[in-house]
Ligand binder design. Structure first.
Ligand code: GTP
Ligand code: MG
Ligand code: ZN
Length: 316
């Protein structure tokens, strides 16, 4: 009598061990990435060959290898992609971002140029910006910081004032605006990005440091971009190292103009459809600048970004 064969035991719906898995990149470390899956597990993944870099926030397909590693096969289509630059080059670092939290502080003094560039980067990528003015506990210097922010606030960018040292304010003013979205913390070193992260994500335990100490050491406290999950209704918060330059070199002239929403109406008056708004006769932007309807510092920033991009194009 033959013994019936026991059917092979596979859990219903289980995939073979080497089937591709979909996950999201939550951290980047040079050549490898930490990919997280729906069940909360993570794998250390290496890109196959010399593929263009992936970014934190990317949804990817990987082929599992061993217990906790994998090969990165495909980067799924991105909704948007942000770049940061150093002296050498512009590098993609975060993707699929819903909201850019530009963190500035009452002290140390923040750069208007960088804030303007971060805004231009957000708008040109179709990401809504939110400015967080941190360290309001340093009350003496608060009026000066507000005054410097006024031209940007006048563009209609929402500004939230708080102090990371007063967690209840962070929970009532900021947390509700982050729920259910992928939010990126961006700003210069020492503005308090990681301190805010630690308030919003219990257990994140991100290192923070007095700015002057960080500068003496010649580096930022946060050294890599990392995605954390927000508690409660969900959403994600990405912490990033302090930036000294924001990558805009990849932008076309049309992209740059999207970074200056106050130009949109005046542009309708431009005589030439391909007006660069620099010296053309009958330019609506130049007219608005002359009438005081466009802030001269914002216009100067537009010229700087445009010049840099033209210089960059000539180099290649
Ligand atoms: N007074 C005051 N100090 C703060 C506040 N938020 C952060 N700090 C301090 O500011 C310093 C820098 O904070 P971090 O959170 O490390 O700054 P960061 O923006 O993450 O800096 P990088 O990682 O280098 O980009 C730390 O000493 C914090 O304790 C605040 O609301 N008020
Ligand atoms: Mg930090
Ligand atoms: Zn024009």
């Amino acid at each position: 009598m033959s013994v019936p064969r026991t059917p092979k035991k596979t859990a219903p719906g289980a995939l073979p061990a080497d089937a591709p898995l979909e996950g999201r990149i939550i951290a980047a470390h040079g050549r490898h990435y930490t990919v997280e899956f729906a069940d909360g597990t993570v794998r250390k993944c290496f890109p196959r060959g010399k593929k263009a870099g992936a970014a934190v926030g990317d949804y990817v397909h990987i082929t599992p290898q061993g217990k906790d590693e994998g090969a990165l096969d495909t980067i799924l289509p991105r909704r948007n992609l942000l770049f940061r630059s150093d002296e050498m080059r512009s590098k993609q670092f975060a993707s699929n971002v819903d909201q850019l939290l530009i963190v500035i502080a009452v002290r140390p003094t923040f750069s208007d140029d960088l804030t303007g560039r971060a805004l231009a980067g957000a708008w040109s990528a179709g990401i809504s910006p939110l400015i967080v003015l941190n360290k309001t506990d340093l009350a003496d210097e608060l009026p000066a910081a507000r005054a410097r922010l006024a031209p940007i606030a006048a563009l209609g960018v929402p500004v939230i004032e708080l102090s990371a040292l007063e967690p209840e304010k962070v929970h009532t003013l900021l947390a509700p605006r982050l729920a259910g979205r992928t939010n990126l913390l961006l700003g210069q070193s020492g503005m308090g990005k990681s301190t805010l992260l630690n308030v919003l994500v219990p257990g994140a335990a991100a290192p923070t440091r007095e700015h002057s100490t960080a500068l003496d050491m010649g580096k930022h406290t946060t050294t890599s971009t990392k995605l954390y999950h927000l508690p409660g209704p969900g959403g994600d918060l990405i912490d990033s190292p302090g930036f000294q330059a924001f990558g805009l070199q990849h932008l076309t002239r049309e992209d740059i103009i999207r970074g200056f929403p106050e130009f949109t109406q005046p542009i309708e008056q431009c005589r030439f459809y391909n007006c660069t708004h620099r010296q053309e006769p009958g330019c609506g932007v130049l007219a608005a600048l002359k009438d005081g309807k466009i802030d001269p510092f914002r216009y100067a920033l537009y010229e700087r970004i445009l010049d840099e991009n033209l210089a960059g194009q000539q180099r290649y």
